[in-house]
Design a protein around this ligand. Structure first.
Ligand code: P1T
Length: 379
C-alpha cells in the first residue's frame, strides 16, 4: 500500500458490529467478563481500548513500523521512551530541541540518575566522541525545533548500531509523509500527535512506533504500568486527522516554500531557517532523507530587536500568535519567551535562539493571504 492510501486505510477495518467505516468511540473504562478472565480481548481501558488500538494500528502503518503506541501527550510518549533506561545510563541528544523535551530530560530524568549530553549533530560523526559503555540512547529531533537543523538519520543510525545503542527520532516536524526514520535505520520514532498528525489544533497526544517486537513489549509494559494513555475520543480525532495528512502536508510544503522565499528576499530579515533553501547548511541531507521540506519556518530580523519581534507578532492578523504548530491554521511564536523559555538564556543563544527569532507554522490557507499578512506585519 502506498503512503496516501495508508493514511486512510492503514491498519483499519470496518467495525465488526455494524460495519461502521470509522471506528466507534469506545468511551468505556472497563469491559464485561463472563467469568474471571473471560473477555473479548479487552478488560480495562488503560491496558487497551478498541478506538485507541485502531489509531495505534494506523500510526504503525504510516511510519512503516510494526507496533504503535498512543500516549496522553508528546511529552508522555518521550517519558515512556526514557523509562526504558536505568540510573547510570547516558543519553546523547541534539542540543537544539523542543524546550519541553529539554526540561523533561534535565529537570526530571537527571534526578533519576540519567546523564544527558546535548550536542550539535549537524555533523553526525561528532556523536562518536560522546559514546561510552553507559550510552544507551541517541535522541534526535530533525528538523529541530526551532532552528530547523537537519540531522543525518542514516549516518546516526549506523553509529548507533555499531555501538548497540537505541536511536530515537522525534519526527514531529517532518511527519511520515516527508520522512520515515524507521526505514532510515532508527529504532524508535516518536510524535507529538498534537501537531501535524492531529492537524486541527484540537487535541494533545503523543505516539511511539517501533519495528522490533521485544522493544514494543517493553514500551507497552511502560504504557500500561505508568498509564499515560490517550482517551478514546482523542484517538478518534487523531485517526480522522491522519486521513488527510498527505494532502495537508502537500499544501504546508508549498506555503512553507512561498513564505521562506518571501522572507529570504525581505530587506529587514537577517536569517531564514527552512531546510528547502539552498543556503541551509544541511540542505543536501534534507533533500536526501525528506521528500519535501515542510511548513515550519523560523527567521530573525536585521535589528535583532526583541521589541521589533514582539511588534511583528502583535501585527499579524492571519497568523495567530500561539504556542504549538502543525494545524491547518498558520501560527506564529516567539521561542525565547514561549516554547523555549525553559532553556537557560546562555544555552539558547549558543543555539541561535536569539531575541528576534520568530517561528512560523505555515498553515494551509491561501498563500497570497499569508504573504500579505507578513508584509503588513514586518513593514
Ligand atoms: O505538546 P506535546 O504534545 O506534549 O509534545 C511535545 C513536543 C515534542 N516534540 C516536539 C518536536 C514538539 O514540538 C513538541 C511540542 N511543541 C510545542 C508545543 C511547540 O510549540 O513547539
Amino acid at each position: 500500500m502506498k503512503f496516501n492510501t495508508k493514511t486512510i486505510h492503514g491498519g483499519q477495518k470496518p467495525d465488526k458490529a455494524y460495519g461502521a467505516v470509522m471506528p466507534p468511540v469506545y468511551q468505556t473504562s472497563t469491559y464485561a467478563q463472563s467469568t474471571p478472565g473471560g473477555h473479548k480481548g479487552y478488560e480495562y481501558s488503560r491496558s487497551g481500548n478498541p478506538t485507541r488500538h485502531a489509531l495505534e494500528a494506523s500510526l504503525a502503518s504510516i511510519e512503516n513500523g510494526n507496533y504503535g503506541l498512543a500516549f496522553a501527550s508528546g511529552l508522555a510518549a518521550i517519558d515512556a521512551i526514557l523509562k526504558l533506561l536505568k540510573p547510570g545510563d547516558e543519553v546523547i541528544s541534539t542540543s537544539d530541541l523542543y524546550g519541553g523535551t529539554y526540561r523533561l530530560f534535565t529537570k526530571i530524568f537527571e534526578n533519576f540518575g540519567i546523564k544527558f549530553h546535548f550536542i550539535g549533530m549537524e555533523n553526525a560523526t561528532a556523536i562518536e566522541a560522546y559514546i561510552n559503555s553507559h550510552t544507551k540512547l541517541i535522541w534526535v529531533e530533525t528538523p529541530t525545533n526551532p532552528m530547523m537543523n537537519i540531522i543525518d538519520i542514516v549516518t546516526t543510525a549506523q553509529i548507533a548500531k555499531k555501538h548497540n545503542i537505541l536511536l530515537a527520532v522525534d519526527n514531529t516536524f517532518a511527519t511520515p509523509y516527508l520522512q520515515q526514520p524507521l526505514d532510515l535505520g532508527a529504532d524508535i520514532v516518536m510524535h507529538s500527535v498534537t501537531k501535524y498528525l492531529g492537524g486541527h489544533s484540537d487535541l494533545i497526544m503523543g505516539a511511539v512506533v517501533v519495528k522490533d517486537k521485544d522493544l514494543a513489549e517493553r514500551l507497552y509494559f511502560i504504557q500500561n504500568a505508568s498509564g499515560a494513555i490517550c482517551g478514546p475520543h482523542d484517538a478518534f480525532l487523531a485517526l480522522r486527522g491522519i486521513k488527510t495528512l498527505h494532502i495537508r502536508m502537500q499544501r504546508h510544503c508549498e506555503n512553507g516554500k512561498a513564505v521562506a522565499e518571501y522572507l529570504a528576499r525581505h530587506p529587514k530579515i537577517e536569517n531564514v531557517y527552512w531546510p528547502g533553501l539552498k543556503n541551509h547548511p544541511n540542505h543536501a541531507i534534507a533533500a536526501a532523507q525528506m521528500s519535501g521540506f515542510g511548513g515550519m519556518v523560523s527567521f530573525t530580523t536585521k535589528s535583532n530587536s526583541y521589541e521589533e519581534a514582539i511588534k511583528i507578532l502583535e501585527n499579524l492578523k492571519v497568523f495567530t500568535l500561539a504556542e504549538s504548530l502543525g494545524g491547518v491554521e498558520s501560527l506564529a511564536g516567539h521561542p525565547v519567551s514561549m516554547t523555549h523559555a525553559s532553556i537557560p538564556k546562555e544555552e539558547r543563544e549558543k543555539l541561535g535562539i536569539v531575541d528576534s527569532l520568530i517561528r512560523l507554522s505555515v498553515g494551509i490557507e491561501d498563500e497570497s493571504d499569508l504573504i500579505a499578512d507578513l508584509k503588513q506585519a514586518i513593514g
